[in-house]
Design a protein around this ligand. Structure first.
Ligand code: NDP
Length: 331
């Protein structure tokens, strides 16, 4: 097997610039972790787009095989909780940032990072969801854990046509929430409406800093954008409203005041998928199978790309030209 070769995308740093190339690797080149996985699918997430293009400081060690998530089959393992032939999913744990990731036909990873493929999902479907969709589910869980129900009132999703946003819209709508959506352009409305959004709130005001408090509109919100957008979301929350914030597609800053918190009791909940404990991952994956029906999932995946096409898709993602999820078929 050590003579056999397979393909992977490898990122190298040359003159402080990121160079991405598809390389033919041998198994000896893979990291010395305890579990070898034959990868079936990976995906393109916002973080992958930043890593592959070199436009964000994502890569922590060079050279690196990017891809922050994948699904596939265990080939060999010394982890007693896993066995050869078992289908598994990986998201997070700094894979695709610090450790070699999913843009490869094979990868060696720590067995403890793997989650058994949830019953009812194929590896393709698991990656149609991917880190972005998984995070959308975590945001919905965070809102509900804070006491939000469909009866609480309207829920706003920002970046609604993106990977996290699409899944959040689909799940919330299916659960009976009245979902309002913020998107970057009217071209995306038909797509987001098909996922269940009832109205769109796009308007020029989102480009401006909000007043400390605006009119109250939302019982809850999922924010994937950050910066001025999150500041306006906070200013527009109802008394005791709850915001789940997971992203920075519009910037990592947060130009707000304490007013929404101290005068309206607004709660801002941070959502992280990378270091989430394993037991919470299994629960979230099992919930996705129930709350994200297959027909909605089909609608969320805009395109499937090969390893050679990841670079172009990454550029398009950062330019805001994509909608929904991008599946990467490594084979
Ligand atoms: P996508 O690129 O698929 O979606 C992001 C969306 O944000 C875009 O589709 C666009 O919405 C909107 N957007 C982009 N730029 C701007 C801008 N300048 N101003 C306003 N809106 C903008 O990315 P993902 O959905 O995969 O990820 C969204 C965010 O969540 C990213 O920042 C990502 O890093 C983060 N994330 C965090 C995770 C965590 O564990 N906390 C896990 C996964 C993702 P539209 O298309 O509607 O115009």
């Amino acid at each position: 097997m050590s003579e056999q070769t397979f393909n992977a995308m490898v990122l190298r740093e040359e003159d402080k610039k990121t160079k991405a190339a598809i390389e033919s690797l041998t198994f000896d080149a893979l990291p010395g972790e305890d579990t070898l996985v034959k990868i079936e699918y990976s995906t393109l997430n916002y973080k992958d787009a930043l890593a592959v293009t070199g436009k964000g400081k994502i890569v922590k060690s060079w050279p690196l095989v990017p891809g922050i998530d994948f699904a596939g089959e265990v080939v060999e393992t010394s982890n007693p909780k896993l066995k050869a032939g078992q289908k598994v999913v990986l998201t997070g744990w700094s894979v695709g940032e610090k450790y070699w990731g999913g843009y490869s036909q094979y990868q060696r990873v720590r067995g403890e990072w793997l989650v058994p493929l949830p019953k009812g999902l194929t590896t393709r479907q698991a990656m149609m969801i991917g880190t972005a969709g998984f995070t959308g589910m975590l945001c919905v869980n965070a809102l509900e854990d804070a006491g939000v129900t469909p009866q609480s009132g309207p829920v706003l999703v920002t970046g609604a046509a993106g990977g996290v946003g699409s899944v959040a819209v689909a799940i919330l709508s299916k659960l009976g929430y009245s979902v309002s959506a913020l998107t970057g352009s009217t071209d995306k409305h038909e797509y987001v409406k098909a996922l269940g959004a009832r109205e769109f709130v796009d308007g020029p005001e989102w480009a401006d800093p909000p007043r400390p408090l605006e009119g109250q509109k939302w019982a809850a919100a999922v924010d994937t954008v950050g910066s001025k957008v999150l500041a306006r979301v906070l200013a527009e929350m109802n008394y005791n409203g709850v915001v789940a914030a997971c992203g920075l597609a519009g910037g990592a800053d947060l130009p707000t005041t304490v007013m929404p918190f101290i005068l309206r009791g607004v709660k801002l909940l941070g959502v992280d998928s990378v270091m989430l404990p394993s037991k919470d991952r299994v629960m979230a994956w099992n919930r996705i199978v129930i709350d994200l029906p297959g027909d909605l999932l089909d609608g969320i995946t805009a395109q499937t790309v090969r390893l050679e096409e990841v670079g172009a898709a990454a550029e398009a993602m950062l330019a805001g030209q994509l909608r929904g999820r991008v599946l990467v078929d490594v084979n």
